[in-house]
Design a protein around this ligand. Sequence first.
Ligand code: F6R
Length: 618
Amino acid sequence: MCGIVGYVGRQQPNGKPLEVVMEGLRRLEYRGYDSAGVALVGRDGVLVTAKKAGKLVNLADELDARPLPGATAAIGHTRWATHGAPTDVNAHPHVAGKIAVIHNGIVENFAVLKAELLADGATFLSETDTEVVAQLLARAYARLGDLSEAMCAVAQRLEGTFTLLAVHADVPDVVVGARHDSPLVVGLGDGENFMGSDVAAFIAHTRRALELGQDQVVTLTPDSVTVTDFTGAPAQGRAFTVDWDAAAAEKGGYRSFMDKEIDDQPQAVADTLLGRTGLDGALVLDEVRIDESLLRSIDKIVVIACGTAAYAGHVAKYAIEHWCRIPVEVELAHEFRYRDPVVNEKTLVVAISQSGETMDTLMAVRHAREQGSKVLAIVNTHGSTIPRESDAVLYTHAGPEIAVASTKAFLSQITAAYLLGLYLAQLRGNKFPDEIAELLGQLRAMPAKIQTVLDGAEHVREVARSMRDTPSVLFLGRHVGFPVALEGALKLKELAYIHAEGFAAGELKHGPIALIEEGQAVFVIVPSPRGRDSLHSKVISNIQEIRARGAHTLVIAEEGDDAVLPFADEVFRIPQCPTLMSPLLAVVPLQLFACELATAKGLDVDQPRNLAKSVTVE
Ligand code: F6R
């Protein structure tokens, strides 16, 4: 959801705070892009703001036309609207007296608080819950004379989720933040300090960071960082070093972040595999700090995740059940806790999330732990909330994923979940060491094979361009190809805004085949002819059935699988590989297709409409 940046510095040129904040917003724009704004405070005790509806470029144009004075402290915000339409007035910051506030999240009791403030004579310019917070803070500051204490007092009154940053004209060397169920990370500089929704906000300036705990207030001056809880009692952050640099968060010559991130995938998978084996070749997952005897005794795994991350979990289910003989359920995180799931201390819950901040997944993690389950998180973003609230974490090493639609995170999530499956198989004795070594070898061969698929990208792109006016595309897959089909459909929906649906190929005859008419485009992910039983021939029959009814068939099949040729209008080849490894290849043409078709339609593939990268509200 919204992106937040804060900066305070000692010996900076006066223009630096605005520069830092605008650059941070540029890197965070993927979090929300329906309006943006900044507030600056200078030593002369002047508070100024600028805010604009629309993408960040509108704010940048406004700042060019109406330059702001120099400053010592600055806060900035890029919004994904919850309360109030995305207009200039509703954009953050919101000002009350000498205070400016920005906010990520939703204040659920804002109506009650607003009524109280109205009765006290307050007037409001916007429809937002955030302006209520600004008014409360102004009153608390007037009473307490200290911005941090005022923030503590207000934070205790708010219900819902929030990250708040505030500046006050009377204290130009101070930025105060607070967080409750919403992300905030501190960047540690030299004579300057930073805050951001994630480390991308300040990665160009420092890689030293401080992870904050739940319900904490943090006060930055150029030379100090003070953390307390909401009562003002001292608290500690956890220092960490960000393991990627600013270049990783740049487009690097690509026309979009999504194009770059699709191309990053061989590296993302290789990095996720790196350093996971000991000297004897056995799999070592140091981060899995859950007691081994407990892992041996679990009788069920439940994967909780949303969207693409859930499809990664769905792929992993096939592998983990096959390797470990443990039942695996995959549950959308937002459904999980509302249906009274049967989980207990014998259940291992695996939470998968790129951002580590998805509120639905976080709430499901909390619910699982309340039921006595251990939670292992598979997460990409260091310093995020889900790993901190889980019993163990397995980081994917995909690097920053900036495009809103997930690509390299998906492949690295499957990779990490497979590592977990192999680790459990090793621990529980389901596989012999040489079998584990062979499967690890298969995984290690995947980056080169993914590269081979990428080398053939132009064919997919050509076909995608030729189909730019297609109104609807269906996706069929079977076994591990089924979640890949679902992911292919999701990518096309969110990037190209066209109807797209994924089905299990075996389900076709139970209903979806009624959708097939002359010219209906259908992707079919064909299982390996060397794979399970007769799956290959069953899917070939499916292609025949839909082709006979007029479908335009786009077939993803292994090199050398000539059985598909008579029934395919287009064939996209992937290298031969074991069945369980194939999702890491088969999804790549689907990502390329969606990205190219959306680009051909003139759409912004990095920032699709109505979406935000990190969904921090329920
Ligand atoms: C789709 C997409 C979303 C996310 C989902 C979970 O391209 O990006 O479906 O996968 O919102 O996000 P994380 O992984 O951050 O929990």
